[in-house]
Design a binder for this molecule. Structure first.
Ligand code: APR
Length: 238
């Protein structure tokens, strides 16, 4: 059965009202990465970093999944082979849209992490400086998100999936942040057909076999419908 691996980025949640990072009005036009998305920034000014993520947590909690999130959940439910969703997004809109076993390579806004002992717990709506760890009691709680300079989560599991993919799709990601931007090469090396679904051409668009441009809420349901219409091919095996 053909295996599909999907990488998503901020563009898939844009039509749910969550800002992207690198578009003209994106988060990185309003905040300095080094202040709010690096370990050094957190050490320098934890209040500022918590304010940034607290605001994003509230915003994400109010957002609703859109037609693209629902379409990927439908693909997982109806495709006869494995469908693995790897997301760079820290929102939970894939899960809210019905997706299962989503791999959050950049962590989640809903999680808190103890920098001292590694314990994880559900983040309160508003985290604050010196947030105490429920396990070791150290005042070292932080958002469980991956900052610049840190290693993304689940990399070995993701590499295993890419190495066995028959079809790889990147949706709503600018291809500017590694290692995710290089997943297309890993999938292609494994012999997968590669497709990019994005509003405009990403930095790595020319490395895909197929590129489709437009809003995710249109592109993704159309792509899923086409795949499911050809579902009998999947049973033939790679
Ligand atoms: N439909 C499809 N694509 C869209 C839409 C939409 N409605 N709106 C925007 N896009 C596209 C943009 O054209 C852009 O190429 O989504 C992409 C978003 O790119 P980024 O803002 O760079 O977001 P992303 O690729 O997810 O960023 C990767 O960078 O800052 C870090 O940790 C952060 O996970 C994030 C990582």
């Amino acid at each position: 059965m053909k295996k599909i691996v999907i990488l998503t980025g901020a563009g898939i949640s844009a039509e749910s009202g969550l800002g992207t990072f690198r578009d003209a009005d994106g988060l990185w036009a309003q905040h300095r990465i080094e202040d709010v998305a690096t370990p050094e920034g957190f050490v320098r000014n934890p209040d500022l970093v918590h304010r940034f993520y607290n605001a994003r947590r509230v915003q994400a909690a109010q957002a609703q999944p859109n037609a693209a999130h629902h379409a990927l959940a439908r693909l997982q439910a109806e495709w006869p082979g494995p469908v693995v969703i790897v997301t760079q997004n820290v929102d939970s809109l894939h899960e809210a849209g019905g997706a299962r076993d989503v791999i959050h390579m950049h962590g989640t806004l809903s999680g808190a992490l103890c920098w001292a002992c590694g314990h994880r717990w559900t983040a309160p709506d508003a985290m604050r400086s010196g947030e105490p760890c429920p396990a070791c009691r150290a005042p070292t709680g932080r958002p469980d998100v991956v900052w610049f300079g840190e290693m993304p989560y689940h990399m070995s599991e993701i590499s295993d999936h890419l190495a066995t993919a028959d079809l790889f799709a990147a949706i709503g990601t600018s291809g500017q942040v590694y290692p995710a931007a290089a997943f297309v090469f890993e999938a292609a090396a494994a012999g997968a057909h590669t497709v990019e679904l994005n509003l405009d051409a990403s930095d790595v668009a020319s490395d895909f076999d197929e590129v489709r441009q437009g809003p995710a809420t249109r592109l993704v349901p159309d792509w899923v419908a086409q795949l499911l219409a050809r579902r009998s091919d999947a049973q033939a095996g790679p």
